[in-house]
Write a protein that binds this ligand. Structure first.
Ligand SMILES: [Zn+2]
Length: 136
């Protein structure tokens, strides 16, 4: 289990990556929260750049977010070529933002800035696991 299952986003700390994938396998998309100052991070970080603390806990990314921006990806990381093209999105959850891709279940013409979406963990063939956004 590890980074090879998850090819979209790079992470800063390898130990957090493994735990992140463990959570994904259980169907939860997680970020980290600084216990000292309360800052929320996605992708997960091992250290807080706001207060320089390194005491982090996990929180689950859930509920509705608003689509801030999106772009159509015509190429992607190795291993994801078959899924192309797909829509990459940045979603605002209020205290943090999450970068990810839109589900192909959402027709491209229905994707609009400001729409409400929610994250969903999806298992792909070959034991790969990703998260994507669906309509909230
Ligand atoms: Zn902090």
């Amino acid at each position: 289990m590890g980074f090879d299952k998850f090819g979209i986003i790079g992470f800063t700390a390898q130990s957090k990556v493994d735990e992140f994938v463990d959570h994904l396998e259980e169907g939860r998309l997680m970020g980290t929260k600084c216990k000292r100052c309360g800052a929320l991070f996605f992708p997960p970080r091992a250290d807080c750049y706001r207060c320089l603390g390194s005491d982090m806990e996990w929180f689950e990314v859930k509920g509705k977010g608003k689509l801030l921006s999106y772009t159509k990806a015509m190429y992607g990381p190795v291993g994801f070529e078959k899924e192309l093209p797909y829509i990459l999105a940045i979603v605002d959850f209020g205290d943090y933002k999450v970068f990810g891709r839109m589900s192909k279940d959402v027709p491209e013409e229905e994707i609009k800035v400001g729409m409400e979406v929610t994250p969903k963990v999806v298992k792909l063939p070959e034991e790969r696991i990703i998260y994507e956004f669906v309509k909230a």
